[in-house]
Design a protein around this ligand. Sequence first.
Ligand code: 13P
Length: 260
Amino acid sequence: MTERIPLIAGNWKMNLDHLQSIALIQKLAWTLNEKGHDFKDVEVSVFPPFTALRSAQTLIDAEKFELNIGAQDISQHSVGAFTGEISGSMLAKLAVKYVLVGHSERRQYHNETDELVQQKVAACFSANLTPIICVGETQSELESHGPSAVPVRQILAALQGHESLKEFVVAYEPVWAIGTGEVATPEQAEQVAQEIRKAIQEVHGEVAEQVRILYGGSVKSVNVAGFMQGPNIDGVLVGGASLDSDEFAGIARYKKHIVL
Ligand code: 13P
């Protein structure tokens, strides 16, 4: 029996220095414990800025918190003269488990292409990190191609050409819903998640059943339940609302196991 354990991921983006980050992790861990959160039922992961990863790891180790940490980006290179870049092995040393790859803000402001995203996925695989591959259409792509064409193209491009596929997660984040307060309906999100799973299945076979697909874009504690009901949605990737421990703990309370 295989099951997809839901994943609630908090992308802090460029917010919080390392002191603020550890304060938030501490508060979040306490809040989740107080609510009796079972981390085996629902995984919770936070993605602080690079500068906070070391402090976050030290705190989580010392306090034996069951939270995971993730990084917001990774270099496609493994080592060398790449000023400003952070390698997969550096992240692995900090007990980082997940890495956001191809977030729409990186695609938009740093010109990350499908090809670069594919290379970053490879960098994650070779450092034994689990990429969370972010896909999603802009408003104009939605109008010209419909909701699923761009996310499907992006995920297939990110997965092509690897020697073997290790564990990965997909985050469907319609760009028009990020930070805007506009959300996809649970039905829209489920439909695109289903198309993504189907496309992965057609090209890569049964691995598709194991892949967790998250929804992201203006998720809050008041709207998370609808998304979590979709049979193809296995969690959420949260931006703004993950900066508030009560709100984020409220999002994490949803329990949904997909037993295959
Ligand atoms: P918001 O939840 O702030 O819309 O951000 C979503 C996101 O980009 C998470 O990666």
